[in-house]
Design a protein around this ligand. Structure first.
Ligand code: GDP
Ligand code: MG
Length: 439
């Protein structure tokens, strides 16, 4: 990967005492190759290296940093600038309901992203409204209806015999009547760009005057995503890009090239198939992630978003008094699951991405589901006094949760170990224990 390649380059630079033109040039040649291998556009890579070189040589070596660290810092800053510097938010200006248009090739992730955005906007206190404007595939309308039902967001009743522009117009009126303030237009896509599609999208844009037009591009397609962004922008003047499928093994090239090739910012990234898997795009955090430093800020934000502080305080109190029940154990697991995939979280911890064992550590999420089911099958009394759970109770719990007695035994063993560990820790500090509690 790009971050592994860069890591090697910087390790070699670390051995040098000062930043000289020679050792910078040698290091940067490898950085350039690493960028090209990551599918970064060659013009972008060339300009990038020139920028880093200029900044490195112009700078005095800071006393607090080794030359290697200093180059990492400069590369990090240059990467950040390359991706636009600061986060650019979704444009929601104008009178309500504000139309937002999603465009892109078939399969790029438009419909999924429409749902993700709706969920995000609703969490921010807005009232989104979803519009299926792809009339060519009946399944597309049903897909968006399902998404809307999942997150409890209204969906316009489009029919395949309607004109897409009429759908969007009528949908805005309907959204207004329904008291919604944001209209998300999920438009049709094709396998390739063609004029008919562009003409249709232009007509919708003309008629609705959306506050923002987002191109959804598949990060896995590398340079094609960049070319797509350019083509859509030329024809339609997009406001920004959503780079989907960043959770796959995308090489990072698209994220790095889009801004400088199109001049348009990446506003969001899709990081999974679930509707919660959308993140605001922050160039500085992405730069750090690419450099393998871990995206600590994103991780902290994710954790803060789900862990209710009051609940955490209550938990801490229970732990102090050794009153941590199986019910609390279950609640903790639910919290951890809300934070997203465990493997994702581990990847965000600085340095963790580099460890082989950590990479191979495939945290089995179905195990968490099983544990939750087991605890749910217990009586309240069992959850508070685990030592009453005898053989026949174990069999009943296993049956009720669709698991085996071995599963129940394993859970109880883990739980008792945690209890033991806590008794020890209770003598020392307590904060942040919740996350270290997994079996
Ligand atoms: P559309 O044709 O542009 O509307 O694309 P869809 O929204 O139907 O998505 C196509 C496929 O990509 C679906 O299987 C989605 O689940 C998947 N998908 C969309 N966004 C993401 C993402 O961020 N990560 C992953 N892993 N899959 C995604
Ligand atoms: Mg679709």
């Amino acid at each position: 990967s790009l971050s592994e390649k860069l890591d090697g380059v910087f390790k070699r630079l670390k051995g040098h005492g000062t930043l000289t033109e020679k050792n910078i040039s040698d290091g940067l040649r490898e950085v350039r190759l690493a960028l090209l291998e990551a599918d970064v556009h060659f013009k972008v890579a060339k300009q990038f290296i020139a920028d880093v070189k200029e900044r490195s040589l112009g700078q005095e070596v800071m006393r607090s940093l080794t030359p290697g660290q200093q180059v990492v810092k400069i590369v990090n800053e240059t990467l950040t600038d390359l991706m636009g510097g600061a986060h650019e938010a979704l444009d929601l200006s104008g009178t309500h309901p504000v139309p937002i248009m999603l465009v892109g090739l078939q399969g790029s992730g438009k419909t999924t992203t429409a749902g993700k955005l709706a969920l995000k906007l609703r969490k921010e206190g807005r009232k989104p409204y979803l519009v299926p404007a792809d009339v060519y595939r009946p399944a597309a309308i049903d897909q968006l209806k399902k998404v809307g039902a999942q997150i409890d967001v209204p969906v316009f009743e489009s029919r395949t015999d309607m004109d897409p522009v009429d759908i969007c117009r009528q949908a805005r009126v309907a959204a207004h009547k329904a008291g919604c303030d944001t209209v998300l237009l999920d438009t049709a896509g094709r396998l390739h760009i063609d004029e008919t599609l562009m003409a249709e999208l232009q007509a919708i844009r003309e008629a609705l005057q959306p506050a923002d037009v987002l191109l959804v591009a598949d990060a896995m397609t590398g340079q094609d995503a960049v070319n797509m962004a350019k083509a859509f922008d030329d024809a339609l003047h997009i406001g920004g890009v959503v780079l989907s499928k960043m959770d796959g093994d995308a090489r990072g090239g698209a994220a790095l090239s889009i801004r400088s090739i199109t001049g348009k910012p990446i506003k969001f990234i899709g990081v999974g198939e679930k509707l919660a898997d959308l993140e605001a795009f922050h160039p500085d955090r992405m730069a750090s992630r690419i450099l393998g430093m871990g995206d600590v800020l994103t991780m902290i934000e994710k954790a803060q978003a789900v862990v209710d502080t009051e609940q955490a305080a209550a938990l801490e109190k229970k732990l102090r008094k050794n009153q941590f029940t199986l019910e609390d154990f279950r609640d903790q697991l639910v919290q951890v699951r809300k934070m997203g995939s465990l493997t994702d979280l581990i990847g965000m911890i600085p340095g963790m991405g580099k460890h082989k064992q950590m990479k191979n550590l495939d945290v089995d999420e179905s195990e968490l589901v099983r544990i939750e089911a087991i605890i749910n099958s217990m009586t309240p009394q069992e959850r508070y006094q685990y030592n009453i759970i005898n053989g026949s109770r174990r069999r009943r719990i296993a049956k009720g949760s669709g698991t085996t007695v071995q599963d129940v035994n394993r859970l109880l063993k883990n739980y008792t170990q945690i209890m033991k560990m806590m008794k020890k820790i209770n003598k020392g500090g307590m904060r942040g224990l919740g996350r270290g509690m997994l079996p």
